[in-house]
Design a protein around this ligand. Sequence first.
Ligand code: PGA
Length: 224
Amino acid sequence: MNEFIVANWKSNKTEKEALEWMDAISKNKPQLKEGQTIILCPSFPFLAPLKSQLTEANVPFQLGVQDISSFGEGAYTGAVNGAQLKEYAAYCLIGHSERRKNFGEDKGVILKKLEQCFLAGLLPIICVSQIDHVEEIASSVFEKQIIIAYEPLFAIGSGLPDTPQNANDMATLIKEKISAPVLYGGSVTSENVKSFTGTQALDGVLVGKSSLSPDEFSHIIQNA
Ligand code: PGA
């Protein structure tokens, strides 16, 4: 069994809060089941201190990033490129609906970012809310290692998750088009996580709000 549990902190926490979160996790380390991979995606400035803390406290979590420059190294003011991110992280979220909506990221940008992930050796976690998002990337990810996260718009941050049946059906449909693990995201909590991870086609969850509390996130890992 391979199961991915991804924490997407979004634009939350100060450095102090980020380190306190990790401190709480270190003091009460969740027992990972065989095959479980836990990926924490904080804001860029916390990658380096969190990486040190993970290593020192021997916490078996991986780091991911929430974004990547669509360009490589060079004159791209404000952008953080894949090679820079790879020093700290192994995974990268791509195409999150909040990036599509608030930052105008369309198919063209998403494909460029995907390419930068592959060049840097970051494993992309591609967020899709509808099946045409999968069709848009299908030819670019052929035979590449990726993870897909199905996140229906109505379920993100609303407290109203999709039904496990629906999420499972969507994951099945996605897997007919692309060979990759498929996660579910949208209002996942410690209470409902098992209803998603227990389905046949889903391979884990992407957690926003409920990952901000170390206790709740630990319960998600335990209950998954
Ligand atoms: P949520 O966010 O868990 O707060 O609904 C999930 C996501 O947007 O990745």
